[in-house]
Design a protein around this ligand. Sequence first.
Ligand code: FES
Length: 133
Amino acid sequence: MTQSHRITVCTSCRHKGSTCRPGYELIDKLRRAIEAAADGVTEAFEVSGVACMAGCDRPCTVAYHGTRKATYLFGDIDPDADIDDLVAFARQYAYLHDGWCSSVDRPGKLRKSTLARVPAAMMVMEETEARAS
Ligand code: FES
């Protein structure tokens, strides 16, 4: 499967009073978990890092993006405890047509740690549809 989805992890997040930046550990663990899953669905995800996604009070932050899909930003993600939930959401997200789902449908901690859910930008599609009609 080609990589059509992306998980972005903040590499700048720090827990209060700590100099450690757990985003790097989170990226490493998430890549290994996705590789270990080897289920063809999670392989569609590229995992990368970025410095700050404006959720600095809720470290670590993690975003899910996909073409023509809603974007999610999650906070309070722990590299030691939340990898299974992140991989489970990758599977779920891959199958969601527009990426949209309710908090109660998200796995584990991701039900309560959503900082943002942004609808897909549909301008190009709407413009194309208008030209076709
Ligand atoms: S430092 Fe991680 S979101 Fe700002």
